[in-house]
Design a protein around this ligand. Sequence first.
Ligand SMILES: NC(=O)c1ccc[n+]([C@@H]2O[C@H](COP(=O)([O-])OP(=O)(O)OC[C@H]3O[C@@H](n4cnc5c(N)ncnc54)[C@H](OP(=O)(O)O)[C@@H]3O)[C@@H](O)[C@H]2O)c1
Length: 249
Amino acid sequence: MSTPFHLHNKTVLVTGASSGIGKQVAISCSAMGAKVVITGRDEKRLAETFSVLQGEGHSQFVCDLMDETQRNNLFDTIPAIDGYVHSAGVVAPVPVKFIAEKHIRYIMGVNFESAVLSVARLLKNKKLNDAASLVFFSSISVSYPYAGGALYTASKGAIEAYSKNLAIEILPKKMRSNVVVPAMVKTPLYEETKNQSMYRSAEEYESKYPLGLGMPEDVANACIYLLSEASRWVTGINLTLDGGFSIVK
Ligand SMILES: NC(=O)c1ccc[n+]([C@@H]2O[C@H](COP(=O)([O-])OP(=O)(O)OC[C@H]3O[C@@H](n4cnc5c(N)ncnc54)[C@H](OP(=O)(O)O)[C@@H]3O)[C@@H](O)[C@H]2O)c1
């Protein structure tokens, strides 16, 4: 039986592919038949991801997406793509009283600005093939805020709003834009944030997940759906992945 849930004949660019969710998205996309273009800042960890991709024809680019020259070089160099997954992201809790310009620049810069400017460059350079699918990451913390999370959740709320507007502008080429909204996924970012929630311990927090914490594979599978023909009728949505967190909380 043929399946629409594959990525054969597609080239997919994954940012943040040197770690966590982005790394797994790249690996899973390659397993589903895609040629994958991966990017991240850490050369060694990016090369580790590259070494475990399945199939052939992949490429890797070390790039700091906050550096305009490096970012533009990347989007001038890569081949045309059918899928874009923006997994580059940072989390840095700051109580509202102590928010300074540098925090806004850093968090909004990576989580929002770099995504927006990357897509602008992709469109200007005609690097998005017709019917391309774009995927961004928000966080369930937009709906379930936490102390210190004002900037992080604001950056994710911004990307949700941006994606819906983008979805309208790219409709004529049958391109699609969607947002995956995960709750806690076991990645290095989780290790940084697990003790910053309102709960007394990581164990108490984890007990709020009837289906357990998410794994990078769970998020990668959702991305494969959104990148594949199986989701050709889906655009402008936020797809929540939370292991039941929001129904029992
Ligand atoms: N993990 C979770 O529980 C969770 C939940 C909800 C949403 N999310 C979202 O999912 C996305 C991925 O999270 P993750 O857990 O996989 O995080 P992660 O393991 O910390 O990985 C973050 C990635 O972003 C890249 N990055 C950071 N700053 C960059 C910059 N200036 N230029 C280029 N790349 C940059 C890092 O590259 P280097 O390491 O090479 O510097 C790394 O590859 C983020 O947007 C995050 O907000 C995660």
